[in-house]
Write a protein that binds this ligand. Structure first.
Ligand code: ATP
Ligand code: MG
Ligand code: MG
Ligand code: MG
Length: 477
């Protein structure tokens, strides 16, 4: 089943059950408090919170999502993309828990020949919030799931809220067991690589009060109308149904990975570290393509910086695969061709997108070639001395003279097994700031960069971009 087929099965199934099919919203969320659309429910937030009456009682979508929080997982786990598509079905005060469970089960186990996803029910496990006896009863009654494939988990993993007073409720997640070759027995709670999370069903039924953590708030009462919000990872289902090992090998992603392998002359599957790099390239190029098709351009702040980071990481991963010439002119067309059936705009806008991507690569390669020798020398001499850190003045020089942002230096040092002496770096930066204050001409020398990059570190470290907490960017910045 290719990804387009799974997507269509999803939409047809829920349309047949009276759901209005709503096209994907942009990756750039309308919600000014969010950097990107991080889940299928984001465009429906006003209806789910009751701020605006929903124009339909039930809806379904396949929503483009970006989760920068998952960037470190990419290529290392089997299941995290920075870009992915979330299939969702939503009820706004219409059906609730029992029906949501019934629909999910029906779609999962109906044979492929009859329009379903054709999972073998023996491979499916669920988790429920520990006190949600109702959900357990429905999983047993409707799905006929045996006790041993239902796991009760705590608030940390199976309770949803926005992190603020407002709607909240338990959730129930569905997992696919890849079998003993992939890890330990014992269900999703024991091994998240063997048991792959595919679908999260959120039952919004309570009103929560104040409280800062994920589980230190009070439940004030019932919501006037109960809602359903679900999210299934399209790429995850695709990788399981396509019989490949991870989501970087599905039809929409693999061609980019193969191109990276071809350009570098490294065979996929031959070396663990190289494989990770090829998967990172495949993921990041696709995410960048999709972001640019939604109008994001590389810059030093906000969304544009995330895009810049994805592009630069792709280039650096290719360098680690031994290629130091421009690679985007081959990688981007490969990604375009894999995505254009689902998103024709990546083809119609390709001139604009590719021009921006190629120019960004050229400029980054220039930056790299300016500073790379300095960095390599410093790394080698640190290693010769048995040091574990790269000196702060090297990081400062790279920043000041060659335009290396500190996070780039840190990532490259880390690849060589070194940390960066941040304290010394920051103190050189603040000395420079003082000098710049005294001398307005010195202002041009890169002080603006510091503010920008530290802002980004804040985003990278603190933004949670999952279902659990929709922390607002504005609070962080
Ligand atoms: P995980 O625990 O695997 O990181 P999650 O619990 O963060 O997933 P949810 O926030 O529950 O994910 O999102 C709903 C569904 O979206 C998940 O069940 C999964 O199928 C899919 N999904 C979430 N994050 C990603 C991602 N980075 N790449 C691909 N699919 C994802
Ligand atoms: Mg999870
Ligand atoms: Mg989840
Ligand atoms: Mg996650």
């Amino acid at each position: 089943m290719n990804t387009a087929d799974i997507r269509q099965r999803w939409l047809t199934f829920f349309a047949d059950k009276g759901h209005t099919v709503v096209p994907s919203a942009s990756l750039v969320s309308d919600d000014p408090t969010l950097l990107f659309t991080v889940a299928g429910m984001v465009p429906f937030i006003p209806y789910l919170t009751g701020l605006v009456p929903a124009p339909y009682p039930r809806a379904t979508s396949v929503q483009k999502c970006i989760r920068t929080l998952d960037i470190e997982e990419v290529g290392k786990t089997t299941r995290h993309g920075t870009f992915f598509q979330m299939n969702g079905n939503f009820s706004f005060g219409d059906y609730f828990k029992e029906q949501a469970i019934r629909y999910a089960w029906e779609l999962l186990v109906t044979p492929e020949a009859d329009g379903g996803l054709g999972f073998d029910e023996k491979d499916l496990w669920v988790t429920v919030y520990e006190d949600d006896d109702e959900a357990i009863e429905y999983w047993k009654k409707t799905a006929g799931l045996p006790d041993e494939r239902i796991q009760r988990l705590g608030m940390d993993s199976n309770y949803w809220s926005t992190g603020q007073p407002g709607p909240a409720g338990p959730c129930s997640e569905i997992f696919f067991d890849r079998g003993p070759a992939y890890g330990r027995e014992g269900g999703p709670a024991a091994d998240d690589d063997r048991y792959i999370e595919i679908w999260n069903l959120v039952f919004m039924q309570y009103l929560r009060g104040e409280g800062t953590g994920k589980n230190d708030f009070e439940i004030l009462g019932d919501l006037p109308s109960r809602n359903i919000d679900t999210g299934m990872g399209l790429e995850r289902v695709a990788f399981l149904k396509q019989g490949v090992e991870n989501l970087y090998e599905i039809d929409q992603v693999r061609p980019v990975l193969d191109t990276a392998s071809l350009i570098s002359g490294r065979r996929y599957g031959a070396d663990h570290e190289d494989d990770i790099r090829m998967r990172v390239v495949a993921d990041h190029v696709r995410s960048a393509l999709m972001l640019m098709s939604d109008g994001v351009t590389p810059s030093n702040e906000g969304r544009g910086y995330i895009l810049r980071r994805l592009l630069r990481r792709s280039v650096r991963s290719m360098r680690l695969l031994g290629v130091d010439t421009a690679v985007f002119p081959e990688l981007f067309p490969a990604s375009r061709d894999a995505m254009k059936a689902a998103y024709p705009e990546v083809e119609t806008d390709f001139d604009r997108i590719s021009r921006t991507a190629y120019a960004e690569e050229e400029s980054f390669l220039r930056t790299l070639s300016g500073g790379i020798n300095i960095l390599d020398l410093a790394v080698n001499s640190a290693k010769d001395k048995g040091a574990k850190t790269l000196a702060g003045d090297t990081a400062f020089q790279l920043h000041d003279t060659y335009g290396f942002p500190i996070d780039l230096t840190m990532e490259m040092a880390e690849e060589a097994g070194l940390a960066v002496d941040r304290v010394a770096f920051e103190s050189l930066m603040s000395e420079q700031k003082q000098r710049a204050k005294a001398d307005s001409k010195a202002k041009k020398l890169g002080i603006t960069d510091l503010g920008v990059y530290s802002q980004f570190r804040a985003i990278g470290e603190t933004t949670f971009l999952g279902y659990d907490e929709l922390v607002t960017e504005s609070k962080i910045l």
